[in-house]
Write a protein that binds this ligand. Structure first.
Ligand SMILES: [Zn+2]
Length: 82
């Protein structure tokens, strides 16, 4: 059984648009590089949403689950709608 090394993506504080940062080098994770951990993109990681760092010297695999959960829970419109 192989184990992939990965990092936990961070949510950038104080930005108007939710932005995820690489847990390794703190670069911004492009939305195009964030994907569901399923199908042919599947990584052997217990994580639903992954983000690949596009920094040349990094390329780390990031788990975005925690950061995504933080975005959801800090969304004021969603709270008002209920
Ligand atoms: Zn990185």
């Amino acid at each position: 059984m192989s184990q992939h090394e990965y990092f936990i993506a961070l949510l950038a504080k104080g930005s108007a648009v939710p932005t995820l940062l690489c847990g390794h080098c703190n670069s911004t994770l492009s939305r195009a590089k964030i994907f569901r951990n399923e199908g042919r993109n599947r990584f052997d990681i217990a994580c639903q949403t992954l983000g690949l760092c596009s920094a040349d010297d990094c390329g780390a695999v990031n788990c975005c689950d925690e950061a995504m959960a933080e975005i959801d829970s800090s969304e004021p419109i969603r709270k008002m709608a209920s």
